[in-house]
Design a protein around this ligand. Structure first.
Ligand code: GBH
Length: 489
């Protein structure tokens, strides 16, 4: 029996390796590269652009940034966009995913005063991409909130829902005739958990364990409003698709035969991912999240749960607001169950519970949170398939960081090789509907609070050169070849 099993395994493996005809990306599978506005554009106040919370952080509180830098110039894509398009074209990608700077379109963040130079910038970029056979994928919100909303509490204030809806409608009106794939938000988890719905440092009295949930609540409503606006006012003329991107960090039970660890890992998945995905792909927050926060709130002697409640009408308005699901994936941890019934200062981390750690044998990279653990991508794709009726999925970000100016980036090549292979396994062996894969990133860029210390690019950018010269790294040839042959080598 054992011999037979091994034999079968050898057979499967050799079929997979030898019969490369089979081990290929399906014909409708698309490849892409991704960037975001604040991370590449620069031109922070060019031609009438308004100020965002990241402009303010970069100017006034750059002590929070690893190298004290900001995105004032970044990759200077505000001027060098044509070169960016040529780089994407050289790779042979189907998609180039960019984000719009809200403050370039509506400098005040609100109202109807549109900045024509901003519209012109994105129109030129979109047209150039289309001329070169590349589909622009547009993210409306990749973290650069107009500063106007900051004193109001950013995403923790429900007034933001209407303002975002206004911005979304403006973007659909301006660019929708050329855009087939829209994304409302990039990574609610980062917006609401890492940055607490605002950005940067939070005061010692900041209401953690409340703010994160207010942010999620408003963000989900804003997403749903944008979806319905598109659906009702634009879809019939513009024929595009719209969805959200949710960051998925996978938690694996420390000991899979210990039910407590299994439960703790599942709870982490619900707090990291399900809390944003479930209201959209199923209905309401996951039961595990609702029950856990209610239980903790009771322990804290609160009259009601810290998790806000959706009305039935709100639940139905959010349910189903996706045409596919966007996933960013970087992080894997093990989770071990710990006794955390004691009352401490509330936060989403404490609510999520468990203790996370990584396996010291996992290969790392310059970004401490990224480990090369490709089976975790396959697991989370299967988790989505099984939990949410096998939706169409686009992996909208996946990538690897170097901490120095490496051009022979073999670590990155290996990363893409094994993660693309895990994607193929999920598609061909598990039947997950993955429709695309976008590398983060087209080029080295401003990595938020890590400044320019982490380099995620397929192309190197020289940040000390006023020209911001781009140079292909070795991974360009690799990724290009994957796209050309539609197979991994
Ligand atoms: C993506 O999100 C972002 O969409 C993209 O903009 C970014 O460039 C890319 O990741 C690479 O990081 O010390 O608390 O800041 C993933 C978000 C952001 C997750 C940084 C881990 C570090 C933890 N990542 N974060 S913290």
């Amino acid at each position: 029996m054992l011999i037979l099993t091994e034999f079968t395994l050898v057979l499967i493996l050799s079929t997979r390796l030898c019969n490369s005809q089979e081990w290929k990306f399906p014909v409708d599978f698309k490849f892409g590269v991704a960037t975001s506005a604040y991370q590449i554009e620069g031109g922070w106040n060019a031609d009438g652009k308004g100020v965002s919370i990241w402009d303010v952080l970069g100017h006034n509180r750059s002590v929070l940034v690893e190298d004290g830098s900001n995105g004032d110039v970044a990759c200077d894509s505000y001027n060098k966009w044509e070169e960016d398009v040529m780089m994407a074209k050289n790779l042979g990608v189907d998609y180039y995913r960019i984000s719009l700077a809200w403050t370039r379109i509506l400098p005040e963040g609100h109202g109807t005063k549109i900045n024509p130079a901003g519209v012109d910038y994105y129109s030129k970029l979109i047209n150039k991409l289309l001329e070169n056979g590349i589909e622009p994928v547009i993210t409306l919100y990749h973290w650069d909130l107009p500063q106007f909303f900051s004193p109001l509490g950013g995403w923790t204030n429900p007034v933001i829902v209407e303002y975002f809806a206004n911005y979304a409608r403006t973007a659909f009106t301006l660019f929708g005739d050329k855009i087939k794939t829209w994304i409302t938000f990039n990574d609610p988890r980062e917006i609401c958990q890492t940055f607490k719905g605002l950005v940067g440092d939070v005061t010692p009295n900041f209401p953690l364990g409340v703010a994160e949930y207010l942010c999620s609540h408003n963000l989900l409503k804003a997403h749903a409003e944008a979806y319905h606006i598109y659906d009702k006012e634009f879809r019939s003329k513009q024929n595009g698709k719209i969805s959200i991107i949710i960051d998925f960090s996978w938690s694996e039970p420390a000991n899979a035969s210990n039910p407590e660890d299994v439960r703790a890992a599942e709870q982490n998945v619900l707090f990291d991912f399900g809390i944003y995905a479930n209201p959209i792909l199923d209905v309401d927050y996951p039961k595990g999240v609702i029950d856990r926060i209610a239980e903790r709130s009771k322990l804290e002697n609160l009259p009601e749960s810290r998790l806000p409640k959706f009305t039935l009408a709100e639940k139905m308005r959010i349910k189903g607001t996706y045409d596919f699901l966007g996933i960013n994936h970087y992080m894997t941890t093990y989770t071990r169950a710990v006794d955390n019934r004691q009352v401490t200062r509330p936060s989403i981390e404490v609510d999520a519970g468990g203790e996370r750690f990584s396996d010291p044998t996992w290969e790392g990279c310059a970004a401490y949170w990224i480990k090369v653990v490709p089976w975790s991508l396959r697991r989370l794709l299967n988790w989505i398939k099984n939990t949410y009726h096998n939706p169409d999925i686009i992996i909208t970000e996946s990538g690897y960081a170097d901490g120095s100016e490496v051009l022979e980036d073999d670590g990155r090549i290996n990363y893409y090789r094994v993660y693309l292979n895990a994607t193929l396994q999920a598609i061909l062996e598990d039947g997950v509907n993955v429709k695309g894969y976008m590398a983060w990133s087209l080029m080295d860029n401003y990595e938020w609070i890590f400044g320019y210390t982490l380099r995620f690019g397929l192309y190197h950018v020289n940040f000390t050169d006023p020209n911001r010269t781009r140079t292909p790294k070795k991974s360009v040839e690799y990724f290009k070849n994957v796209i050309k042959t539609r197979s991994i080598n």
